[in-house]
Ligand binder design. Structure first.
Ligand SMILES: [Zn+2]
Length: 236
């Protein structure tokens, strides 16, 4: 005589495979997201570096304008200096020109600093740009693989669901109902064997009382573990 739980155990094997597949399918969007986050990291660094580079370029432009204006002032002072009526006026222009020349020197020193920074930023920008291109190229392969895996899994899921339906039809409806309820509750396994060696529940591994161990041997009874509620059977 076949054990009445045999059909349920066969169904459970299919359900456990289904659950594993479903988990993998549900995990795919997160895996895609993780991969995209890596690329976003490089994107952010590149954007930050470009922003800094643009700011430095603006500052260099401003300094060049200041220098050009200062040079214009010197030219103007030199013309006025030639028209000076007195030595005193002449010396005043020499002083003014000296002050502006000092300013120009200051501007040029600042500009050299900014140009060095600009050079470094351009190098970083180039580096991040390369990292980003490489990452984009490699993730497009990874994302494509995940999409393919997703399609493959969904196809297999459909087949397995159809197959599962056939197996479920072979089960006793009442036991099936109990089984489904326990499986939804436990989310891993619903029907377990009593361990031959130590008489423990195969689900929660607690020592079962003798009454349950005996009842589990009776194929006409549906027995639940008194600890975890899973259906226990003893085929031995
Ligand atoms: Zn148990």
């Amino acid at each position: 005589m076949t054990h009445p739980l045999e059909a349920i155990v066969a169904l459970q094997k299919k359900d456990l495979r289904l659950i594993r597949l479903l988990r993998e399918v549900q995990d795919i969007p997160k895996r895609k997201d993780d991969i995209e986050q890596q690329v976003n990291g490089f994107k952010r660094k590149l954007e930050e570096t470009s922003e800094q580079r643009k700011k430095i370029e603006v500052k260099i432009n401003e300094l060049e304008n200041e220098t050009s204006l200062a040079n214009d002032r010197i030219t103007k002072y030199k013309q006025q200096q030639m028209d000076a009526d007195t030595n005193e006026q002449y010396r005043a222009f020499v002083k003014e020109i000296g002050t502006v020349e000092e300013e120009i020197k200051e501007f040029e020193e600042q500009e050299i600093n900014f140009l060095e920074k600009l050079e470094d930023l351009k190098k970083s920008e180039h580096k991040y740009n390369n990292h980003l291109s490489e990452a984009q190229e490699s993730i497009s392969d990874e994302l494509k693989e995940l999409d393919e895996r997703n399609n493959e899994l969904n196809e297999r899921l459909e087949q397995m669901k159809a197959d599962r339906k056939l197996s479920a039809e072979k089960c006793d409806p009442l036991i099936l109902k109990k089984y489904v309820r326990i499986l939804q509750n436990k989310k891993d396994i619903a029907v377990v064997q009593v361990s031959d060696t130590n008489n423990c529940c195969g689900g929660c591994h607690m020592q079962l009382p003798p009454q349950i161990i005996n009842d589990a041997k009776n194929i006409n009874k549906i027995v639940n573990c008194n600890f975890c509620g899973r259906i226990v059977y003893n085929s031995g």
